[in-house]
Design a binder for this molecule. Structure first.
Ligand code: GAF
Length: 408
């Protein structure tokens, strides 16, 4: 059963009546441009048809038969967790110490509510910031694998943000929603991530990848050739401690930019001739990767636009080599998946995708040869790793959206 139908069913089971709204928020896969977002650089994600859905209903609308006893909070049940997320309204202040914040997935929901209240996003009416945060109850269902590098957390953040702003009668620009969700993740959850995931999730366009300039926040649609399948390979691997390694990479990039005298690595088209004497070996490798990766984003976007899947695939392979050897965030299962994919029929190229170390790879595959690709890839990957991979043949879809359901 699709996630949307499961969310509606879970809502009725939990709350004993029908929801009035359905919010749908896609996962994303990044084709190229990895770890460039926090370097003010370029990336090329696709919002994909694996989604997180929230069915919901406001609880303060007595005229519509709502239950005032439900109280002033957001209450969200999930098919993946028996303990509901309950966020009291008004939400806690933004400077609440980390130890007093919610834990687990509830923290993302709370973080969005906190940022909405703190931003004055909902205060167009002139009321104090946060006064317009409408209480609601909801049920969540998701087809996005957790911890796999497909942005399940950004999908949740954006779904909650869109639910809250819709009920408040506010329609913020997609970039504002993305920034707000990023603040929830950075300042409340405590993960120093860039803006790639949130922009991809909220800005998705059917049939297109998105060339995102993370400095100007300009999003340019890039058509995906009809005969080209975007295949996400879930390697089945997951890693702990990814957050601290991510923070290390970010710090190393910032160190490299400082030593090279630029605001961000984005500001360099090539390593200066004397880079090796100005940078320690680690910072040199990180800078080399980021500079080359930014250039690959434009090259892949151009190749896709002219329908040149071979060229796009070669660039993905080069990207994988760079992220493995210079940026050092690949992992054994990711390397095995890329090698097995590229050796399979119909594959133009493949690379790890997302933050790294574990999770998913992405392959560009000739749609006409998908069956042969799958038949060859699966046993080859198993032979290399002893693991079963899960393949998702993905379509590019629209970003986070809200639908009004027939009210019963
Ligand atoms: C994670 C982060 F959340 C993104 O901001 C981005 O840096 C990505 O890793 C790497 O490209 O998904």
């Amino acid at each position: 059963m699709p996630a949307a139908a499961r969310a509606v069913r879970a809502f009725v089971a939990a709350h004993g009546r029908e929801p009035t709204l359905l919010v749908r928020s896609p996962a994303r896969v990044n084709l190229i441009g990895e770890h460039t977002d926090y370097n003010d650089g370029l990336c090329l994600p696709v919002a994909i048809d694996r989604e997180l859905c929230i069915a919901l209903r406001r609880t303060d609308d007595v005229a519509a038969g709502a239950d005032p006893a439900a109280g002033a909070h957001l209450r969200l049940v999930s098919e993946q967790d028996p303990t509901p997320a309950v966020i009291e309204l008004p939400p806690p202040p933004a400077d609440t110490p980390p130890s007093a914040r919610a834990t687990g997935w509830t923290r993302y929901v709370q973080g969005v509510a906190v940022q909405l209240a703190a931003s004055g996003q909902l205060a167009a009416s002139g009321q104090p910031a946060g006064a317009d945060l409408v209480p609601w109850q909801g049920a969540l269902a998701s087809d996005i694998p957790l911890g796999a590098g497909l942005s399940s957390s950004a999908a949740l953040e954006l779904a909650v943000a869109v639910a809250c702003t819709h009920l408040a009668g506010s329609v913020p620009a997609p970039t504002e929603l993305a920034r707000l969700a990023q603040r929830a993740e950075n300042a409340w959850v405590g993960a120093a991530t860039g803006l790639l995931d949130q922009l991809a999730c909220v800005g998705g366009i059917a049939g297109h990848a998105l060339r995102i300039d993370c400095r100007t926040l300009t999003v340019t649609p890039v058509p995906l050739p009809a005969g080209l399948a975007v295949v996400v390979i879930d390697t089945g691997s997951r890693r702990e401690l990814v957050t601290s390694a991510y923070a290390d990479r970010r710090a190393e990039c910032e160190r490299a930019a400082r030593a090279l005298g630029v605001p961000a690595l984005r500001d360099l088209d090539a390593l200066p001739a004397d880079a090796a004497s100005r940078l320690d070996p680690v910072a040199l490798r990180r800078a080399r990767f980021v500079i080359a990766e930014n250039a690959r984003v434009d090259a892949v976007a151009e190749a896709l636009t002219r329908g040149d899947a071979e060229a796009a695939g070669r660039l993905l392979l080069a990207g994988h080599r760079g992220i493995r050897d210079d940026f050092e965030v690949s992992g054994p299962e990711l390397d095995a998946a890329v090698a097995a994919a590229y050796a399979a029929p119909g594959c133009f190229g493949a690379r790890m995708t997302g933050g790294g170390f574990a999770g998913c790879a992405v392959a560009l595959v000739d749609r006409a040869r998908l069956e042969a690709f799958t038949e060859t890839f699966e046993p080859a990957y198993f032979a290399r790793t002893g693991r079963e991979a899960v393949l998702h043949v993905c379509s590019a879809v629209a970003g986070t959206s809200v639908t009004v359901l027939p009210d019963e």
